[in-house]
Design a protein around this ligand. Structure first.
Ligand SMILES: [Zn+2]
Ligand SMILES: [Zn+2]
Length: 128
């Protein structure tokens, strides 16, 4: 879930029903969430709504909220479990970084874009 803008400048608010459905997972449910895909992507906007822990032989899963541009609360709005994008940056290395987006997502992988880094994000002594 992203309570901060990642790249796509679109966010949505959870309905009371959605907040109720998402309660009790690994995340604190947040009422307003930013799409986590790359700015300018095609297709539906996506944001993770909740992580459900592994149990009963099932792996942990991510519940995503997705909605069409310009019709956030229309009939195409969905709350559903989506598999993780299998791509990894530096796969096999200690520093491997998962994409973090759902499989088949629009736009680039999660490690290829992100919020703009400014000097305020860096520890003292670092240069941009
Ligand atoms: Zn988006
Ligand atoms: Zn990806």
């Amino acid at each position: 879930m992203s309570v901060y803008q990642v790249s796509c400048p679109v966010r949505t608010a959870l309905t009371m029903v959605e907040m109720h459905v998402l309660e009790g997972g690994g995340f604190e449910v947040e009422p307003a969430l930013w799409c986590v895909l790359e700015r300018g992507h095609g297709g539906l906007h996506h944001t993770p709504g909740q992580a459900l822990p592994a149990g009963g032989g099932m792996p942990s899963v991510m519940v995503w909220l997705r909605w069409p541009d310009g019709d956030a609360f229309g009939p195409s709005r969905e709350l559903l479990v989506l598999p993780h994008c299998p791509e990894q940056f530096l796969e096999g290395c200690d520093a491997a970084e998962a994409c973090g987006l759902p499989e088949g997502h629009a736009g680039r992988h999660g490690w290829e874009f992100g919020p703009p880094v400014t000097s305020a994000d860096l520890p003292p002594g670092w240069l941009l």
